[in-house]
Ligand binder design. Structure first.
Ligand SMILES: [Zn+2]
Length: 405
């Protein structure tokens, strides 16, 4: 359901109804973020749909049903796998969603077949003991190259994320020979690409719950599992826009970096912060390019440089298929959230920190059809190349001494 409450009264009614029904929030992430005239996308159990229709009609609250049979849409992406091109064939299919095992095999394969450009390593283990693999992408030459970090799949259900990370690696390797921009990027920079950040959650979204968002860690007091890996960072941890309750989708965790996945990435970035010039996190959905601050309404010290990098990125993205992205500080463009990875990266000296919210704007939401993987990844690759290219030029507009928060 896409629901648009028109005034405060409707917001109050909606909050009550949706909390009572324990719906799955798609956008925004929690009941507390419902505001007048802002759309709310929710996934409702079949058994509750008639009741929700009735409530909304009775109160004259504006709404639309985008997907009437979610199960059918899910099966389009996970069912009938055997009839499709699988990894057993020599060509890896970048235009389907892959389960974790296939993505990991693909990483080993890239590492094996492209030793000149790819180096695979693990930065630690997930809560359930899975390795946290990262691909270093770039020509092996000077040891102290500048670097760009890209992570995908922080939130399990955002499947387009891991698809993008794989696409970007493929595109970089293939175009290295003929694309002078990509060649310069790979010669002068290293990309650290983590295709699946939240490996446990991603696996769970394939086996059990397609709309799982959090990690899979257990809680001592509650049955609910998992922490929002984008609320668990040590920066204004668990303040506005995060929840203390373990059953909420935006649960910040028992303490900062409680999640081994977050801790491992934070440790890697801390260790390499002198070299890592940009941090990019790939999410879905909203069609937005966001930068700090997430936790407050204020401009970052190097706002002009970051804003112009974002402008260049969305312009490059638009040039592919005319898809429009909004861009700006996360707090004002999307919503306020604390303990986010971009704020953490920024506070730790990475002056260019971005979060992409990829396609779409809610029509398919997390169930973006596989036919849209190609265009979505093609346009996003242009945006990421634009950001990376900007790092090779100097931007001097720091109003203040850095770091500054
Ligand atoms: Zn996300």
């Amino acid at each position: 359901f896409r629901i648009t409450p028109g005034n405060d009264e409707e917001v109050q009614v909606l909050k009550k109804v949706l909390s009572h029904m324990k719906v799955d929030f798609w956008q925004p992430n929690s009941v507390s973020m419902i505001h007048p005239n802002n759309t709310v996308d929710v996934h409702v159990k079949h058994s509750l749909t008639q009741s929700l229709h009735a409530h909304l009609k009775q109160r004259h609250i504006d709404y639309r049903v985008f997907i009437s049979n979610l199960q059918k849409e899910i099966e389009k992406q996970t069912g009938h796998r055997s009839t499709r091109k699988r990894r057993s064939e020599s060509e890896y299919d970048y235009e389907v969603y892959h389960p974790l095992q296939e993505i990991q095999s693909w990483m080993f394969e890239m590492n094996r077949t492209h030793p000149y450009l790819v180096h695979m390593f693990s930065i630690g283990k997930s809560y359930e003991g899975r390795p946290l693999y990262v691909l270093q992408l770039g020509k092996r030459s000077r040891p102290q190259k500048k670097a760009v970090w890209i992570d995908c799949g922080v939130h399990a259900r955002e499947w387009i994320g891991p698809a993008f990370c794989q696409w970007f690696v493929k595109e970089a390797i293939n175009s290295y020979k003929y694309d002078s921009v990509m060649r310069r990027l790979l010669n002068q920079l290293n990309f650290y690409i983590m295709p699946v950040f939240n490996v446990d959650g991603y696996h769970f979204s394939w086996t059990t719950d397609r709309f799982w968002r959090k990690t899979r860690s257990k809680n001592h007091k509650f049955h609910c599992r998992g922490v929002d890996a984008n609320r668990n960072w040590k920066v204004k941890w668990c303040e506005e826009g995060a929840s203390y309750h373990p059953c909420d989708d935006t649960y910040c965790g028992p303490f900062p970096e409680s999640e081994p996945e977050v801790k491992a990435v934070a440790k890697f970035l801390r260790k390499h912060k002198k070299r890592v010039k940009a941090y990019i996190s790939i999410h879905a959905y909203a069609q937005m390019l966001l930068y700090p601050y997430s936790y407050k309404y204020a401009a970052i010290p190097n706002f002009d440089c970051v804003e112009s990098a974002a402008h260049n990125a969305v312009t490059a993205l638009y040039s592919a298929y005319g898809v429009k992205y909004r861009y700006g500080p996360a707090s004002t463009t999307l919503y306020v959230s604390s303990g986010s990875s971009i704020d953490w990266a920024y506070r730790n000296g990475i002056r260019y920190a971005f979060a992409f919210e990829l396609r779409d704007t809610g029509y398919y939401g997390f169930l973006l059809p596989e036919t849209l993987i190609n265009p979505t990844c093609t346009e996003t690759t242009r945006a990421v190349k634009a950001i990376a290219s900007g790092l090779l030029k100097k931007c001097e507009s720091y109003r203040d001494v850095f770091p500054y928060l």
